[in-house]
Design a protein around this ligand. Structure first.
Ligand SMILES: C[S@@+](CC[C@H](N)C(=O)[O-])C[C@H]1O[C@@H](n2cnc3c(N)ncnc32)[C@H](O)[C@@H]1O
Length: 245
């Protein structure tokens, strides 16, 4: 383990809080003098930046009226896409540990008029949602950042309805990373250091109580992860068939 779990989480949150002040905070002036309403929309959309590695909303087959949780929602790109799919009768909740990214996401959704969204600042290892409350959990390039992935998958199963489903995009590898990469905090924050091999990742989801885990896509993410010979992939999967414990 890089640092004690709590220290690691603090390092990750600092890293993403800084992103809220950096890349995600950038807005670009329109080429020529749009009216103020148009400029407001443009700036809002530019603050919704994806730090993801897949399109879990596309594979989740969302329906009108569903209640969806986006784990590690960042500036809100997947919350925004999901909110359009579930419509005003549905609800999309973004959860993130970074209060600064969350604030940014909240104000973007407000400006876009997406009133079917809500946000929670929390850790995905302790989701403050009651048992069996959700139709769908989505997550985009986040679970690799957790020092306790088994616990995260447990929490996903616990909060989903028995007929609920999860669509997850994340980074996985084809072989074990060297210890010095796993113990490098910067590599961890950049979604490499905490990655698991594909088989180990899928096994943890099954062990959490999902009977059906299907790979939707697996594309190369980095041929030489953190300068090593390990290949990293962007994996998208669907999980359903919840076994109650
Ligand atoms: C690579 S970014 C992806 C953000 C977003 N899903 C996207 O596609 O743009 C990872 C996000 O996970 C959040 N995060 C990392 N560890 C977390 C944890 N333990 N609980 C909740 N959020 C976490 C970070 O704050 C960050 O916003």
């Amino acid at each position: 383990m890089v640092e004690k779990e709590e220290d690691l989480r603090k390092t990750v949150v600092r890293y993403y809080d800084e992103k809220a002040e950096g890349e995600a905070a950038k807005t670009t002036q329109a080429p020529c003098c749009p009216d103020s309403e148009e400029l407001g929309q443009l700036q809002t959309v530019q603050t919704v930046i994806s730090f993801g590695c897949g399109l879990p909303v596309l594979s989740s087959d969302l329906r009108r009226g569903e209640v969806v949780l986006d784990l590690g929602s960042g500036t809100g790109p997947d919350v925004m896409a999901a909110a359009r799919e579930v419509g005003p009768e549905g609800l999309v909740i973004g959860l993130d540990m970074s209060g600064r990214l969350m604030k940014r996401a909240y104000s973007s959704m407000h400006s876009l008029g997406l009133s079917n969204t809500a946000f929670i600042v929390a850790a995905m290892e302790n989701i403050p949602v009651r048992d069996a409350a959700l139709d769908v959990v989505i997550s985009n390039c986040v679970i690799n950042l957790s020092p306790d992935k088994a616990r995260v998958f447990e929490e996903i199963r616990r909060t989903l309805k028995p007929e609920g489903r999860a669509s997850i995009s994340d980074v996985v590898t084809d072989s074990d990373l060297p210890t010095q990469v796993k113990e490098n905090a910067e590599a961890w924050c950049a979604c490499i250091g905490g990655t698991l091999k594909t088989g180990d990742y899928l096994r943890l989801i099954r062990e959490a109580g999902f009977a059906n885990v299907e790979m939707v896509s697996k594309d190369i993410f980095d041929d030489h992860a953190w300068g090593t010979d390990v290949k990293a992939f962007a994996l998208t999967l669907n999980a359903h068939g919840i076994k109650r414990k």
